[in-house]
Design a protein around this ligand. Structure first.
Ligand code: AP5
Ligand code: ZN
Length: 215
Protein backbone atom coordinates (compact mmCIF):
# COMPACT_ATOMS: atom_id res chain seq x y z
CA UNK A 1 0.00 0.00 0.00
CA UNK A 2 1.34 3.41 -1.02
CA UNK A 3 0.10 6.07 1.36
CA UNK A 4 0.69 9.65 2.40
CA UNK A 5 -0.02 11.14 5.84
CA UNK A 6 -1.16 14.74 5.57
CA UNK A 7 -2.00 17.14 8.38
CA UNK A 8 -0.84 20.30 10.14
CA UNK A 9 2.06 20.37 12.65
CA UNK A 10 1.07 18.48 15.80
CA UNK A 11 -1.89 16.71 14.15
CA UNK A 12 -0.47 13.31 15.13
CA UNK A 13 1.16 12.14 11.88
CA UNK A 14 4.27 10.69 13.54
CA UNK A 15 2.19 9.12 16.32
CA UNK A 16 -0.21 7.40 13.90
CA UNK A 17 2.59 6.41 11.51
CA UNK A 18 3.78 3.92 14.14
CA UNK A 19 0.45 2.07 14.05
CA UNK A 20 0.07 2.17 10.27
CA UNK A 21 3.53 0.83 9.41
CA UNK A 22 3.12 -2.03 11.90
CA UNK A 23 -0.33 -2.92 10.60
CA UNK A 24 0.65 -2.90 6.90
CA UNK A 25 4.36 -3.86 7.19
CA UNK A 26 5.57 -0.89 5.15
CA UNK A 27 8.48 1.50 5.77
CA UNK A 28 7.87 4.86 7.46
CA UNK A 29 9.47 7.69 5.50
CA UNK A 30 9.40 10.96 7.43
CA UNK A 31 11.21 13.85 5.76
CA UNK A 32 11.28 15.67 9.13
CA UNK A 33 13.03 12.66 10.75
CA UNK A 34 15.49 12.40 7.82
CA UNK A 35 16.39 16.09 8.16
CA UNK A 36 16.72 15.81 11.96
CA UNK A 37 19.07 12.83 11.70
CA UNK A 38 21.18 14.75 9.14
CA UNK A 39 21.34 17.67 11.57
CA UNK A 40 22.47 15.32 14.36
CA UNK A 41 25.17 13.85 12.13
CA UNK A 42 26.29 17.30 10.97
CA UNK A 43 25.98 16.54 7.22
CA UNK A 44 25.89 19.36 4.68
CA UNK A 45 22.20 18.60 4.00
CA UNK A 46 21.58 18.85 7.75
CA UNK A 47 23.32 22.22 7.94
CA UNK A 48 21.25 23.63 5.08
CA UNK A 49 17.94 22.16 6.36
CA UNK A 50 18.53 23.48 9.89
CA UNK A 51 18.52 27.11 8.69
CA UNK A 52 14.92 26.68 7.50
CA UNK A 53 13.61 24.30 10.16
CA UNK A 54 14.69 26.50 13.09
CA UNK A 55 12.60 29.30 11.62
CA UNK A 56 9.56 27.10 10.98
CA UNK A 57 9.99 27.44 7.21
CA UNK A 58 9.91 24.67 4.61
CA UNK A 59 13.22 23.29 3.38
CA UNK A 60 13.44 24.17 -0.35
CA UNK A 61 11.93 21.66 -2.80
CA UNK A 62 15.31 21.18 -4.54
CA UNK A 63 16.74 19.66 -1.35
CA UNK A 64 13.68 17.63 -0.46
CA UNK A 65 12.42 16.05 -3.68
CA UNK A 66 15.61 14.20 -4.71
CA UNK A 67 15.98 12.85 -1.20
CA UNK A 68 12.53 11.25 -1.31
CA UNK A 69 12.91 10.00 -4.88
CA UNK A 70 16.13 8.19 -3.89
CA UNK A 71 14.50 6.73 -0.81
CA UNK A 72 11.58 5.35 -2.85
CA UNK A 73 14.03 3.39 -5.01
CA UNK A 74 15.09 1.33 -1.97
CA UNK A 75 14.12 -2.32 -2.03
CA UNK A 76 11.98 -1.99 1.11
CA UNK A 77 9.54 0.28 -0.79
CA UNK A 78 8.69 -2.37 -3.41
CA UNK A 79 5.43 -3.33 -1.74
CA UNK A 80 4.49 0.07 -0.44
CA UNK A 81 5.46 2.89 1.90
CA UNK A 82 4.07 5.52 4.23
CA UNK A 83 5.21 9.07 3.49
CA UNK A 84 4.91 11.34 6.54
CA UNK A 85 5.40 15.08 5.96
CA UNK A 86 5.95 14.75 2.22
CA UNK A 87 4.67 16.17 -0.09
CA UNK A 88 4.20 19.59 1.47
CA UNK A 89 3.85 21.72 -1.65
CA UNK A 90 2.06 21.27 -4.99
CA UNK A 91 5.49 21.13 -6.70
CA UNK A 92 6.52 18.25 -4.39
CA UNK A 93 3.22 16.45 -5.12
CA UNK A 94 3.73 16.80 -8.89
CA UNK A 95 7.32 15.54 -8.58
CA UNK A 96 6.13 12.55 -6.54
CA UNK A 97 3.49 11.70 -9.12
CA UNK A 98 6.10 11.82 -11.89
CA UNK A 99 8.52 9.64 -9.93
CA UNK A 100 5.84 7.02 -9.17
CA UNK A 101 4.69 7.00 -12.79
CA UNK A 102 8.22 6.26 -13.95
CA UNK A 103 8.23 3.29 -11.54
CA UNK A 104 4.80 2.14 -12.78
CA UNK A 105 3.28 2.84 -9.40
CA UNK A 106 0.47 4.97 -8.03
CA UNK A 107 -0.74 6.23 -4.66
CA UNK A 108 -3.55 4.31 -2.96
CA UNK A 109 -4.56 6.72 -0.20
CA UNK A 110 -3.82 10.12 1.27
CA UNK A 111 -4.82 10.17 4.94
CA UNK A 112 -5.65 13.71 6.04
CA UNK A 113 -5.62 14.05 9.84
CA UNK A 114 -7.92 16.93 10.80
CA UNK A 115 -7.32 18.80 14.08
CA UNK A 116 -8.58 22.27 14.96
CA UNK A 117 -5.84 24.93 15.00
CA UNK A 118 -6.62 25.76 18.65
CA UNK A 119 -5.32 22.30 19.72
CA UNK A 120 -2.17 22.22 17.59
CA UNK A 121 -0.01 24.56 19.65
CA UNK A 122 -0.77 22.68 22.91
CA UNK A 123 0.06 19.40 21.17
CA UNK A 124 3.37 20.56 19.72
CA UNK A 125 4.60 22.62 22.68
CA UNK A 126 3.88 19.73 25.11
CA UNK A 127 5.62 17.15 22.91
CA UNK A 128 8.76 15.46 24.23
CA UNK A 129 10.96 13.16 22.13
CA UNK A 130 13.45 10.53 23.31
CA UNK A 131 16.94 11.64 22.37
CA UNK A 132 18.06 8.04 21.86
CA UNK A 133 15.19 6.15 20.16
CA UNK A 134 12.98 8.99 18.89
CA UNK A 135 9.82 7.80 20.69
CA UNK A 136 7.30 10.66 21.05
CA UNK A 137 5.41 11.54 24.24
CA UNK A 138 3.20 14.39 25.41
CA UNK A 139 3.43 16.00 28.85
CA UNK A 140 -0.36 15.85 29.26
CA UNK A 141 -1.86 13.51 26.66
CA UNK A 142 0.72 10.74 26.40
CA UNK A 143 2.91 10.79 29.50
CA UNK A 144 5.87 8.48 30.12
CA UNK A 145 5.66 6.46 33.36
CA UNK A 146 8.64 8.40 34.80
CA UNK A 147 8.85 12.12 34.07
CA UNK A 148 11.52 12.99 31.51
CA UNK A 149 12.52 9.35 30.86
CA UNK A 150 11.66 7.17 27.85
CA UNK A 151 9.60 4.05 28.69
CA UNK A 152 11.11 2.15 25.78
CA UNK A 153 14.85 2.71 26.27
CA UNK A 154 15.39 4.84 29.40
CA UNK A 155 16.71 7.73 27.27
CA UNK A 156 16.26 11.39 28.20
CA UNK A 157 13.19 13.17 26.80
CA UNK A 158 13.84 16.49 25.08
CA UNK A 159 11.78 19.24 23.46
CA UNK A 160 12.28 19.77 19.72
CA UNK A 161 13.96 23.09 18.89
CA UNK A 162 11.05 24.04 16.58
CA UNK A 163 8.39 23.30 19.23
CA UNK A 164 8.37 26.74 20.86
CA UNK A 165 5.03 28.54 20.70
CA UNK A 166 6.42 31.13 18.26
CA UNK A 167 7.92 28.62 15.82
CA UNK A 168 4.89 26.33 15.97
CA UNK A 169 2.63 29.30 15.07
CA UNK A 170 4.88 30.04 12.10
CA UNK A 171 4.79 26.36 11.02
CA UNK A 172 0.98 26.40 11.20
CA UNK A 173 0.75 29.46 8.95
CA UNK A 174 3.26 27.94 6.50
CA UNK A 175 1.09 24.79 6.48
CA UNK A 176 -2.06 26.84 5.71
CA UNK A 177 -0.37 28.64 2.82
CA UNK A 178 1.74 25.96 1.20
CA UNK A 179 0.48 22.52 2.28
CA UNK A 180 -3.29 22.84 2.83
CA UNK A 181 -3.88 23.21 -0.98
CA UNK A 182 -2.88 19.52 -1.23
CA UNK A 183 -6.21 18.57 0.39
CA UNK A 184 -8.09 19.71 -2.71
CA UNK A 185 -5.34 18.37 -5.00
CA UNK A 186 -5.76 14.81 -3.65
CA UNK A 187 -9.50 15.10 -3.15
CA UNK A 188 -9.78 15.81 -6.90
CA UNK A 189 -7.86 12.61 -7.55
CA UNK A 190 -10.40 10.68 -5.43
CA UNK A 191 -7.85 9.22 -2.98
CA UNK A 192 -8.29 11.52 0.04
CA UNK A 193 -9.44 9.98 3.34
CA UNK A 194 -10.37 12.47 6.10
CA UNK A 195 -9.79 11.38 9.70
CA UNK A 196 -10.92 13.13 12.87
CA UNK A 197 -7.60 13.56 14.72
CA UNK A 198 -9.15 15.06 17.85
CA UNK A 199 -10.10 11.68 19.37
CA UNK A 200 -7.72 9.82 21.73
CA UNK A 201 -4.59 8.40 20.07
CA UNK A 202 -5.74 4.75 20.00
CA UNK A 203 -9.13 5.62 18.51
CA UNK A 204 -7.59 7.71 15.74
CA UNK A 205 -5.33 4.73 14.92
CA UNK A 206 -8.30 2.35 14.74
CA UNK A 207 -10.22 4.74 12.46
CA UNK A 208 -7.27 5.05 10.08
CA UNK A 209 -6.66 1.30 9.86
CA UNK A 210 -10.38 0.65 9.28
CA UNK A 211 -10.50 3.19 6.42
CA UNK A 212 -7.33 1.85 4.81
CA UNK A 213 -8.71 -1.67 4.98
CA UNK A 214 -11.84 -0.41 3.23
CA UNK A 215 -14.17 -0.93 6.19
P1 AP5 B 1 8.03 17.43 10.59
O1 AP5 B 1 8.90 16.72 11.51
O2 AP5 B 1 7.35 16.70 9.50
O3 AP5 B 1 6.98 18.26 11.47
P2 AP5 B 1 5.42 18.62 11.25
O4 AP5 B 1 4.80 18.29 9.98
O5 AP5 B 1 5.37 20.04 11.65
O6 AP5 B 1 4.72 17.66 12.17
P3 AP5 B 1 5.04 17.37 13.62
O7 AP5 B 1 6.17 16.38 13.73
O8 AP5 B 1 5.19 18.65 14.39
O9 AP5 B 1 3.67 16.76 14.12
P4 AP5 B 1 2.96 15.37 13.92
O10 AP5 B 1 1.76 15.57 13.08
O11 AP5 B 1 3.93 14.30 13.50
O12 AP5 B 1 2.51 15.15 15.41
P5 AP5 B 1 2.95 14.07 16.52
O13 AP5 B 1 2.48 12.71 16.16
O14 AP5 B 1 4.39 14.22 16.89
O15 AP5 B 1 8.81 18.65 9.89
C1 AP5 B 1 9.64 19.50 10.62
C2 AP5 B 1 10.28 20.52 9.69
O16 AP5 B 1 11.08 19.84 8.70
C3 AP5 B 1 9.31 21.40 8.88
O17 AP5 B 1 8.89 22.52 9.61
C4 AP5 B 1 10.19 21.76 7.67
O18 AP5 B 1 11.10 22.78 7.99
C5 AP5 B 1 11.00 20.48 7.43
N1 AP5 B 1 10.34 19.58 6.46
C6 AP5 B 1 9.87 18.32 6.70
N2 AP5 B 1 9.33 17.79 5.59
C7 AP5 B 1 9.46 18.73 4.61
C8 AP5 B 1 9.06 18.79 3.25
N3 AP5 B 1 8.41 17.77 2.65
N4 AP5 B 1 9.34 19.91 2.55
C9 AP5 B 1 9.98 20.95 3.13
N5 AP5 B 1 10.36 20.97 4.42
C10 AP5 B 1 10.10 19.86 5.16
O19 AP5 B 1 2.03 14.59 17.73
C11 AP5 B 1 2.26 15.85 18.33
C12 AP5 B 1 2.05 15.74 19.85
O20 AP5 B 1 0.67 15.48 20.13
C13 AP5 B 1 2.83 14.59 20.50
O21 AP5 B 1 3.30 14.99 21.75
C14 AP5 B 1 1.79 13.45 20.63
O22 AP5 B 1 2.06 12.61 21.73
C15 AP5 B 1 0.49 14.24 20.81
N6 AP5 B 1 -0.67 13.59 20.18
C16 AP5 B 1 -0.70 12.95 18.96
N7 AP5 B 1 -1.95 12.50 18.70
C17 AP5 B 1 -2.72 12.88 19.76
C18 AP5 B 1 -4.12 12.69 20.06
N8 AP5 B 1 -4.96 12.04 19.23
N9 AP5 B 1 -4.59 13.21 21.23
C19 AP5 B 1 -3.74 13.87 22.10
N10 AP5 B 1 -2.40 14.06 21.86
C20 AP5 B 1 -1.91 13.57 20.70
ZN1 ZN C 1 13.75 5.99 23.94
Amino acid sequence: MRTILLGPPGAGKGTQAETIVKEFSIPHISTGDIFRSNIKEGTSLGKKAKEYMDQGLLVPDELTVELVKDRLLNDDCKNGFLLDGFPRTIAQADALEGALKSMNQHLDYVVNIEVDSSLLITRAVGRRVCKDCGQTYHMTFNKPSKEGICDKCGGELLQRKDDTEETVSKRISVYQEQTAPLIEYYSNKGILVNINGEKPIAEVGKDIVAKLRGR
